[in-house]
Write a protein that binds this ligand. Structure first.
Ligand SMILES: Cc1cc2nc3c(=O)[nH]c(=O)nc-3n(C[C@H](O)[C@H](O)[C@H](O)COP(=O)(O)OP(=O)(O)OC[C@H]3O[C@@H](n4cnc5c(N)ncnc54)[C@H](O)[C@@H]3O)c2cc1C
Length: 238
């Protein structure tokens, strides 16, 4: 990475979400599937560099039996560009490590999320929403974009009047885009995916979880096969 590259620019290996307004990128990773089986076999003192069918069976056995510590030797660092409300949900996952651009330091590159379409509120579940193809949301979406812009103008006015950044940022809405780095091991990432790649999760964070599956599949293909067959909400075996 260029030392002066701005954090708001996605890394080369990234997936766009939220109609291109957000993205998640893979910054770095440590380990592979053979790291997992080697970690499981460390007690025998025998290490291998390649994966065969027995190793794949061992991988599946480990996940199936919640023998998750070998999976913790595989670690991923992602860069995530998302609305503040998605970040709030994400940061509840305490097993990740996070760092984020601070609005106490910079006001450049401020962006705001405007949903591509609005969903209706579920009547029997306060945490749920549904798509209504007849929902004429064009004017409401324009109002959201105008509200985002007005909040930015107020923020700029507060800064121009000498108000400190740490107080001025309070007027910025939940739709403000933020960028953070998150690092997590594979065992905890599978737990995250089970919770957030789910119909119970909010649509927006689910898009990020699906994108993460795409990013890590080339690194841990058998683990992702197992996840999709057995752990994911819509897995055939569930
Ligand atoms: C659909 C959905 C709806 C939600 N709604 C709400 C809501 O209305 N209000 C709300 O407040 N939250 C809500 N949450 C957040 C939820 O309660 C969890 O905080 C979040 O999903 C993180 O899960 P976690 O604690 O398992 O993950 P992590 O923090 O990554 O922890 C992973 C696992 O590590 C262990 N662990 C981590 N820290 C501790 C600890 N301190 N003590 C003991 N064990 C620990 C636990 O086994 C935990 O499952 C919701 C989450 C989802 C997916």
């Amino acid at each position: 990475m260029n030392a002066m590259e701005h954090l708001n620019i996605p890394p080369a290996n990234h997936v766009k979400v939220l109609g291109g307004q957000g993205w998640v990128g893979l910054i770095d990773h440590l380990g592979s599937e053979s790291t997992i089986v080697n970690a499981a076999r460390v007690s025998f003192g025998k290490l291998k560099n390649t994966m065969d069918d027995r190793d794949v069976k061992l991988l599946e056995y480990l996940i199936d039996n919640r023998h998750t510590s070998p999976l913790e030797h595989v670690v991923f660092t992602f860069s995530i560009h998302c609305p503040l409300f998605v970040r709030g949900q994400w940061h509840r996952h305490r097993t990740w490590s996070y760092n984020e651009i601070s609005r106490r330091y910079t006001e450049i590159d401020m962006e705001f999320y405007t949903p591509e379409h609005l969903r209706r509120q579920s009547e029997n579940n306060r945490q749920a929403s549904f798509d209504d193809p007849d929902f004429a949301d064009g004017e409401l979406r324009q109002q959201i974009a105008a509200h985002n812009q007005l909040s930015l103008e107020l923020y700029d006015r507060l800064l121009a009047s000498g108000v400190c950044r740490e107080q001025a940022r309070g007027v910025l809405p939940q739709n403000m885009m933020v960028t953070f780095w998150g690092t997590v091991d594979l065992a905890n990432l599978l737990h995250f995916l089970q919770l957030r790649d789910s119909s119970h999760a909010q649509y927006e964070i689910r898009e990020y979880a699906v994108a993460i599956r795409q990013l890590i599949r080339p690194i841990v293909p058998h683990v992702m096969d197992y996840y999709e067959k057995n752990l994911a909400e819509n897995a055939p075996g569930k």
